[in-house]
Structures are given as structure tokens and as C-alpha cells.
Design a protein around this ligand. Structure first.
Ligand SMILES: Nc1ncnc2c1ncn2[C@@H]1O[C@H](COP(=O)(O)OP(=O)(O)O)[C@@H](O)[C@H]1O
Ligand SMILES: [Mg+2]
Length: 279
């Protein structure tokens, strides 16, 4: 019989919640620690659905690609893991879909990165194309700082030679984190912090936020542009409307549960289970 297979590397709160939800719903499932497997020695059949919950984005993408090569449907599909894992690719996809986002530039040399920052106007935010939890983000308030940063980056790996630069958006101490499951917007929270980086992993306070029709429309457009089963979408509210900051394809969602009362683990497990082949 087909079942749900959860691939993980660390049992975070989210993985424990997914485990409990699957148990409560009486769905056949198994948790597989990627650190203890060697491909292709994995007990999986094409009718199964695999939920990719590996912390490392690179590892999550790899295991999803391998599983897909055997005809297994993964949540999210590996193409969505790859797209969301890369801020440059996400920005391009959002542009093509006409979804407003903070003005940005992508440069490939330190000199052009300095020029692009000047064009955008300070402050600007430099981000590694691949990353999360606010790591290695740099808010630059003037040219001197940018010159130092790009010089430091030139001694880092090839990833840091793609300069993704966004205009800093005044966001009044918070940004919005919305969750979309199976194409349906289901929750939104405000993440509030004294610091300009408002990830809850960095100590921001979360509170529920109502999903109105404007937000629902934007989130559906985002899903249309990115695809996928489980998306966490970060937005900034501005006087001219919402700006889309980034889309996460393997989110930590614990802060969205108590604050909204929505049982996200159950929604995710039910959605994944609906994809399982019953032939
Ligand atoms: N352009 C920006 N303007 C204002 N704040 C920003 C900007 N970019 C990022 N931030 C802040 O930094 C946080 C982390 O940035 P994000 O792009 O989501 O990277 P990560 O993948 O590390 O979460 C955001 O939630 C927001 O609080
Ligand atoms: Mg983020």
C-alpha cells in the first residue's frame, strides 16, 4: 500500500508536529533520516508521496530529485525547492508574473555591484542568492560600506560573486509571513522586531494577521508563478501596496500555528496524502 514518506535530517518542532498529525489522521507514514541512507538503497515505491523536510536546501533538493527519478511525487517538487532556494531565480519568476517586489539588481563584479547600489539608492540590502534565517544579509547605508563588503565577498566562494542587491524597504518594524498550501492561502502572521531582520529564527515576535482579499489575490498569483504544495511567502507592506520579498519552499511554520489557530501540520499532511496514488 502507498504511504507518505517524510525525509528529514533533524527532528525540529515542525517534523514532530507533522509526525503527530499523520498519526492522528491515521495515515500510513514513515520518517526517514537522510543521514542514515545511501541512495539507491531506499524503501520507496512510485505510488508513495515524499515530503522533503531536510534542513539543508541542497540536500533537500538532491533527495527530491532522486525520488522523482523513480517516479515519486515529492512535496514540494524539486523544481520548486530549487526555485525558492535561489533568490535570484525567484525574483525573475516574480517579475515575469508581474508581482511587485522591492527594486533589485543582480551584478557579477564588485565594480558593477557598487554602481548598482548607487543606482538603487541607499540603504540597500545585499543577500547571498542561497540562504535563510537572515544569514549573511548586509544592510548597506553608504558607498564606503558597499566597497568594503564587495571586497570581502571577493574572498568568499563563487556563490558570493553573484551580487543580489535589493533596495531597503521601510517596513515599520515588521514583515508579513503568509502560508499557502495546495495553492490555497491559509495563514498570515506579522513578524515584529527591533532589528531590521525580522525572521522568527532571529527572535522576532509573531502575531496573527487577517488574510484579506488583496492578500489572497497576491498569494494566488505567487502560487501561479512558483507552483508547489507548501509555500511560505514574505511580504512588506508599503504605502503603495504589498511588495513580495521572498518565497520559501521548505518552511519552518511553528510560529504560524498558535498565532492563527490554523492546524498547518494537518493541512500539509492531508494535502500530501491527497496526492498519493490509490491504484
Ligand atoms: N529589502 C529589504 N528591506 C527591508 N527589510 C528586509 C529586506 N530584505 C530582507 N529584509 C529583512 O530581512 C529578513 C530576512 O530576509 P529574507 O530575504 O527573507 O532572507 P532569508 O531567506 O534569510 O529569510 C526579512 O524577513 C526582512 O525582515
Ligand atoms: Mg525570509
Amino acid at each position: 500500500m502507498s504511504s507518505l514518506k517524510f525525509f528529514y535530517s533533524r527532528l525540529r518542532t515542525e517534523e514532530k508536529q507533522l509526525f503527530k498529525a499523520a498519526e492522528k489522521l491515521g495515515i500510513p507514514f514513515e520518517f526517514i533520516d537522510v543521514r542514515s541512507l545511501v541512495w539507491p538503497d531506499v524503501d520507496i515505491s512510485p505510488g508513495d508521496v515524499a515530503v522533503g523536510r531536510v534542513v539543508s536546501q541542497t540536500q533537500n533538493q538532491a533527495i527530491c530529485q532522486l525520488l522523482e527519478s523513480k517516479g515519486v511525487r515529492t512535496v514540494n517538487p524539486s523544481s520548486v525547492v530549487a526555485l525558492c532556494g535561489d533568490k535570484v531565480a525567484t525574483a525573475a519568476a516574480l517579475d515575469n508574473a508581474g508581482i511587485p517586489q522591492p527594486p533589485y539588481r543582480v551584478a557579477f563584479s564588485p565594480d558593477e555591484a557598487i554602481l548598482a547600489s548607487e543606482q538603487l539608492g541607499y540603504p540597500v540590502v545585499f543577500k547571498p542568492p542561497v540562504g535563510s534565517w537572515g544569514r549573511l544579509l548586509a544592510k548597506m547605508n553608504d558607498r564606503d560600506a558597499v566597497e568594503a563588503l564587495v571586497e570581502h565577498k571577493s574572498y568568499m566562494g563563487p556563490q558570493h560573486q553573484v551580487f543580489f542587491i535589493q533596495k531597503y524597504i521601510e517596513k515599520d518594524g515588521w514583515d508579513l509571513r503568509a502560508t499557502v498550501i495546495g495553492g490555497k492561502p491559509v495563514t498570515a502572521i506579522r513578524r515584529c522586531s527591533e532589528h531590521w531582520i525580522t525572521n522568527t529564527a532571529r527572535g522576532a515576535r509573531a502575531e496573527g494577521f487577517p488574510l484579506d482579499s488583496i492578500l489572497i489575490n497576491i498569494l494566488k498569483k505567487v502560487h501561479g508563478a512558483i507552483g508547489g504544495d507548501v509555500l511560505a511567502v514574505d511580504l512588506f507592506q508599503t504605502r503603495d501596496g504589498w511588495l513580495l520579498n521572498e518565497v520559501n519552499g521548505q518552511p519552518e511554520f511553528r510560529s504560524s500555528i498558535e498565532t492563527t489557530g490554523v492546524d498547518l501540520p494537518e493541512l500539509i499532511v492531508n494535502h500530501a496524502w491527497s496526492l498519493v496514488s490509490r491504484d
